[in-house]
Design a protein around this ligand. Sequence first.
Ligand SMILES: Cc1cc2nc3c(=O)[nH]c(=O)nc-3n(C[C@H](O)[C@H](O)[C@H](O)COP(=O)(O)OP(=O)(O)OC[C@H]3O[C@@H](n4cnc5c(N)ncnc54)[C@H](O)[C@@H]3O)c2cc1C
Length: 224
Amino acid sequence: MGNVLDHGFVVLEDMMGGDLSVVNAARVSFAQKSTRLDDSEVGLIKYLMKNHHGTPFEHAVFTWRVKAPIFVTREWMRHRIGSFNEWSGRYSELTTEFYFPAVEAVRKQVGKPGAYTYEAVSVGEAVHTRQQLKDTYDHCAYTYKHLLARGIAKELASRVLPTAVYTQFVWTVNARALMNFLALRNSEHAQFEIRQYAKEMEAEFDLYMPHTAGAFAEAGRVAP
Ligand SMILES: Cc1cc2nc3c(=O)[nH]c(=O)nc-3n(C[C@H](O)[C@H](O)[C@H](O)COP(=O)(O)OP(=O)(O)OC[C@H]3O[C@@H](n4cnc5c(N)ncnc54)[C@H](O)[C@@H]3O)c2cc1C
């Protein structure tokens, strides 16, 4: 399991196919099939990647279980190519676990739209920020529990919880859309928090589809 942020994780729960599925999806055009990965198969993967023949990469599929704050999940769910199912605040009681940025992750936003940079703050400022977050989260958690204790429907009570609260979801995505996600989210332009998840996922992707991952890197991290 890849632990991420203070309470989160991303786990690869299931996987179908791999580098060879990419090769064989492409080779069916010539009514051919490979049973192993030789240099010619690896070359084919590189060719497909470089020339944006993306569909063969859709035959390898990953299922991830993720625990992340709602604000990270919201960014994640903008990725439309994939299937999501999420923990319901209507049918179950949500946790009152909230994301607290580590002291070194508390940052200031400097510059203009499109060219922001993020700068560390003093330890004193970071501690003060964390304390303010804690006071706010404690109040939200208290209200949530109090509403539930009075019998208010979970689907209404949970409205008081901020986007820093953790949720869980399952995401099934093919390798092509996964590379698009990694290109955008394991990037210095992505928000720090989602990037921590994308980093963990890219390590798993490298492990399970090493030739595709290598070709992706070689092609400048542009999804085919
Ligand atoms: C750094 C960063 C900042 C962002 N800031 C904002 C922001 O300020 N506001 C905001 O709203 N969003 C923002 N986003 C989200 C962004 O606009 C995308 O919604 C998100 O990254 C998903 O990318 P995608 O559409 O490529 O992925 P997917 O939805 O998974 O789509 C994968 C690919 O499929 C194709 N595709 C999917 N759907 C369609 C379609 N309907 N029509 C044509 N082709 C399609 C496209 O080729 C697409 O690249 C930001 C993303 C990043 C990484």
